[in-house]
Design a protein around this ligand. Structure first.
Ligand code: ADP
Ligand code: MG
Length: 707
């Protein structure tokens, strides 16, 4: 079966358990509760059973009443002997329910909760849990958690055990949720096993049905831990199976292009290089060309710190396609960057006889049409541009490779839109955003990865960049550093964050600051200002001046964040640094220290939140991008890391990448082993697994099979 057939077949498969039934099938769940559950995203019985508690209260210690001591938390079981309602001070209604277990008496007390008096009646068997008080010469529990036990010996769910507390809302209390989950478990809790038996055994995992019961209503702490372990594994495992399926889909793709690795163009190009490639660059090139030679599309991520020399590697990929008779495209996230790439590519390749064009949203109608014509006719070999490049009207004659720079700015969608146009080019994604391994195994888990770790010249990133956090009183010192660097022939950046280009007040504040810097602080220096709203040829002109050393200081909003390469720049001042995320700060800082000069990154910030302080601390003390990314993940938690829409991946509910990194590696190994052996999960042993993959990726089958 090819991926498209697998997809159709998968859609036709019935699910063999009840997890896809609507929640309204569960006892006690009527239309209004259904509606409230829907608001929490719980639509099916599966959703409900996977609505795990976020905490537990241990009320498992059942005691005889006569053993109770004031101050302890405990549970007692007994028979209701008396229910009394009365008015306390200030009109508070008090309910006292006295119970006995034969060893003594204890009173449960509630305030302003009349309904308790209707629910608890003399003669009933109940369980009370809570903190024991000794008041008015009597044992009491105020607002106890309670259960009505129909018969002696019935298992309590709200008390007398490790009580689960599920995420709840105003309309659905934890008590109601606990009750309906109990009902759901009773009726539908016998579910098929999704994880293959061999895997269950290898990792000593709790079977799914047992784990479901134990995670909601643990019979002991040990089993609760085992249940959590199982679901953490399951969640990561299913995600990795999805990624493996997707990756295999790519490998089965038969429509790809087989490029020629050796040829005149690449040979000539190597000869023009003014430097020796680093070992990492050579390895990356070998891996890329291996992929490009194969008759199926490459999907590779090239990761490397800013300044590690990814552009040369990308150029080889472009030339490999061109010398094989195909066209090549290179996309950058901003116009400034597209322009910079264009100039570099043109500078090095035009003499090789390659036709290169720049395509951005800024061309005149006439220019644009002429370029589009020539792309369509195959007269252009390499097109550099922003994402305008793969949109709408652009029609290639024979697109062979697409290089996408700074992937974090693009979505999976761009990759997909190419396929929709009927192209099956090789795709190389470049990212300078170091991401923790755990995250890359999930976000990019379906891609092959090449990494450039060393910088040209054997340097390490940020090696001679000193980062300091300053407050307003050290402003003069910062300006002094700029001045002395400029006197030594170096250049500086000053970054003023402008989060909303449309926020008038903010724009005004930035403009005033620019005026102040230009006219009051550095009237004698050459100062340029670049921001997002400039016309693109103005932006280009300013960048060109800065590149050529005609400006001493470049004041910028954040357009310089990615890719700009001016080795002579040695100072970067970042205003309001705590408004930036760590990844962005790291990117910004990567603009300096690119030459061999000692450089200074000066952060102005006055972080008020704990998180802000931690971030500033991290950026000052950590130079390595990958370490910084780990720190970022730790500080931020992972919630915001998955743009589900973007990645096509289901969000993680119980697993945490930071905490469960080892489990992730095991789950991945297992998932890929299984998919390697049985890419379409057709063995009967994988029937339930297949079902669950389908359920998990139901909203996203497109994603799964888009490769
Ligand atoms: P990035 O990975 O950030 O895109 P670039 O490709 O822009 O990095 O390279 C940064 C600088 O290093 C460029 O000026 C480039 O010419 C130079 N460079 C690339 N590879 C080497 C090398 N092997 N030896 C020396 N300089 C190199
Ligand atoms: Mg780059």
């Amino acid at each position: 079966m090819n991926p498209a057939e697998v997809k159709l077949w998968l859609q036709a498969q019935p699910c063999d358990d009840n997890l896809n039934l609507p929640v309204s099938k569960v006892k006690l769940v009527g239309p209004s509760i259904s509606a409230y559950l829907a608001k929490m995203g719980i639509l099916t019985i599966g959703d409900l059973l996977y609505h795990f508690p976020h905490r537990y209260i241990d009320l498992s210690k059942i005691k005889k009443i006569k053993q109770l001591k004031a101050g302890e938390s405990a549970t007692v079981l007994g028979e209701v002997v008396k229910v009394k309602k009365w008015h306390g001070r200030r009109g508070i209604k008090v309910i006292n329910v006295t119970i006995t277990d034969g060893s003594g008496y204890i009173i449960g007390t509630w305030f302003n909760q009349d309904f308790i008096a209707n629910r608890l009646k003399a003669g009933m068997q109940v369980a009370f849990s809570g903190r024991i008080l000794y008041k008015y010469n009597q044992l009491q529990i105020e607002n106890p958690l309670y259960d009505v036990l129909k018969e002696k010996g019935e298992e309590p769910i709200h008390s007398g055990r490790i009580v689960p507390v599920h995420p709840a809302t105003q309309n659905l209390s934890p008590n109601i949720i606990r009750r309906i989950i109990k009902n759901a478990l009773n009726e539908y809790g016998r579910v098929s096993e999704t994880i293959p038996v061999e895997t269950i055994e290898r990792y000593n995992l709790l079977p799914r049905s047992i784990a479901l019961n134990e995670i909601h209503f643990p019979s002991s702490r040990e089993l609760l831990m085992k249940a959590r372990e199982r679901f953490i594994f399951e969640e990561l495992f299913l995600m990795q199976v999805g990624l493996a399926v997707r990756k295999k889909g790519i490998e089965f793709q038969t429509k790809g292009i087989s490029h020629r690795r050796d040829g005149e163009l690449t040979t000539k190009f190597y000869k023009t290089l003014p430097f020796k490639l680093t070992e990492d660059q050579i390895n990356a090139i070998v891996e890329i060309q291996n992929d490009m030679e194969k008759p199926r599309p490459m999907n590779r991520l090239l990761q490397g710190e800013v300044g590690s020399g990814k552009t040369v590697v990308a150029m080889i990929a472009l030339l490999t396609a061109v010398q094989s008779g195909y066209q090549a495209a290179m996309m950058a996230p901003t116009e400034v960057l597209a322009n910079q790439h264009y100039l570099k590519v043109k500078g090095t390749m035009e003499k090789l006889g390659v036709n290169i064009e720049l395509l951005t949203g800024n061309l005149s109608q006439k220019e644009r049409e002429s370029i589009l014509q020539r792309i369509k006719a195959g007269d252009v070999d390499i097109v550099v541009g922003t994402h305008a490049l793969i949109q709408q009207t652009v029609d290639f004659k024979c697109l062979g490779v697409v290089v996408i720079d700074e992937q974090h700015r693009f979505g999976v969608e761009q990759r997909i839109s190419l396929k929709e146009k009927g192209y099956y080019p090789d795709v190389l994604i470049m990212s300078a955003t170091p991401i923790p391994r755990t995250l890359s195994l999930t976000l990019y888990g379906d891609l092959d990865v090449s990494i450039i770790r060393e910088l040209p010249g054997g340097r390490k990133i940020g090696e001679h960049v000193e980062t300091m956090l300053c407050n307003q009183s050290s402003r003069d010192i910062a300006y002094e550093i700029i001045r002395s660097e400029v006197n030594n022939g170096r250049q500086a950046y000053i970054v003023c964050p402008l989060i909303e280009e449309s926020d008038k007040l903010e724009v005004k504040a930035v403009m005033e600051e620019v005026d102040r810097l230009k006219n009051e602080i550095f009237p004698d220096l050459r100062v340029g200002f670049i921001h997002g709203r400039l016309k693109s040829h103005d932006k280009e002109a300013i960048m060109k001046q800065y590149n050529e050393g005609l400006l001493d200081i470049l004041i910028s909003t954040t357009v310089i964040e990615v890719g700009i390469d001016v080795p002579n720049a040695t100072v970067m001042v970042i205003e309001d640094a705590d408004r930036f995320g760590l990844a962005q700060l790291h990117q910004l800082r990567g603009r300096i220290g690119r030459g061999n000069y000692k450089s200074y990154c000066i952060l102005f910030a006055n972080p008020t939140t704990e998180e802000g302080k931690k971030r500033m601390d991290a950026i000052c003390n950590i130079k390595d991008g990958f370490q910084l990314a780990e720190a970022d993940l730790q500080i931020r938690g992972e919630g915001q890391l998955f743009g589900t829409r973007q990645s096509g991946l289901p969000d993680l509910k119980i697993a945490k990448l930071t905490r469960d990194a080892e489990v992730l590696l095991e789950a991945r190994k297992e998932a890929f082993r299984i998919i390697d052996n049985d890419p379409h999960l057709q063995s009967p042993a994988y029937k339930s697994l297949l079902n669950e993959v389908k359920r998990k990726f139901a909203d996203n089958l497109e994603w799964l099979f888009q490769a």
